[in-house]
Design a protein around this ligand. Structure first.
Ligand code: NAD
Length: 246
């Protein structure tokens, strides 16, 4: 598999699943542009990847602001001439019970996990249409299939991600733009890595494959879905969770 000459944008690319996804595409020849929420974390991620020998670039537009997103996307298109792959990965989670969840909490999770995905996708689609080619990949979650017993905004947002994915797959297929999502199970990013062994062990017992996911497991799924090997796949929510339940 190679992505030589491909221009790939990854939102939430500064750490965790996103950072590993940037690394995976860059190692296969893509020109990768990562987005993060702050200048400082974006610069740190770019520095880390450059130290590993990859050429990447970083931006930190406010993803809630369509005009700001469009300005950044247009800058990228003008510099590289096209955008081949968009990976909408930025996301936050929640775990409060409904009585403790404020309207602002609910709005802020929908704002990043859904509205920001809409904004970036809307900005990129005209350029992909112009090119009659493109791949849009969204990070969903296992909770978009099962729900979760607290933090209702998080599964609600990921069900919406699946809705965006399936609907845009149908809308954009005539323009040779494929839209798919990856639904990770529990994955060893900063949040999970900081949990004590006593919490991780019982979780692992519920996973038939006997381990929690690595960011690389999710990055591999993105590589496959972005590649020509998946050229006849669109509108799919691909579970990458070791659960053997789909
Ligand atoms: P993470 O917290 O390590 O990384 C989140 C990324 O999102 C960071 O790059 C951060 O800069 C970006 N981000 C956060 N708030 C932002 C904001 N307001 N504006 C712009 N960017 C912002 O998380 P992760 O575990 O790597 O999660 C990445 C994606 O995977 C998320 O969509 C998450 O819902 C999903 N996911 C994670 C797991 C898991 O177990 N880790 C499981 C299922 C789904």
């Amino acid at each position: 598999m190679n992505f030589d000459g491909k221009v790939v944008i990854v939102t939430g690319g500064t750490r965790g699943i996103g950072l590993e996804t940037v690394r995976a595409f860059a190692s296969l020849g893509a020109k990768v542009i990562l987005f993060g929420s702050k200048e400082e974390t974006v610069n740190k991620a770019v520095e880390t990847l450059e130290g590993e020998g990859y050429r990447v670039e970083g931006f930190y537009p406010n993803l809630s602001n369509y005009e700001e997103v469009l300005e950044t996307i247009t800058k990228i298109k003008n510099k590289y001439g096209k955008i081949d792959v968009l990976i909408n990965n930025a996301g936050i989670s929640a775990n409060k019970k409904i009585e403790e969840t404020s309207s602002e909490d609910f709005e802020s999770i929908m704002n990043l996990n859904v509205n920001a995905m809409f904004n970036v996708t809307k900005a990129v689609v005209p350029f992909m249409k112009e090119n009659k080619d493109g791949v849009i990949l969204n990070t969903s979650s296992m909770v978009s299939i099962y729900g979760q017993p607290s933090g209702v905004g998080y599964p609600a947002s990921k069900f919406a991600v699946n809705g965006l994915t399936k609907s845009l797959a149908r809308e954009l297929a005539p323009f040779n733009i494929r839209v798919n999502a990856v639904a990770p199970g529990i994955t060893k990013t900063d949040m999970v890595a900081s949990l004590p062994e006593s919490m991780i062990e019982p979780l692992i017992k519920t996973i038939p494959l006997g381990r929690i996911g690595e960011p690389r497991d999710i990055a591999n799924a993105f590589l496959f879905l972005a590649s020509d090997m998946a050229s006849y796949i669109t509108g799919v929510i691909l579970s990458v969770d070791g659960l053997a339940m789909n």
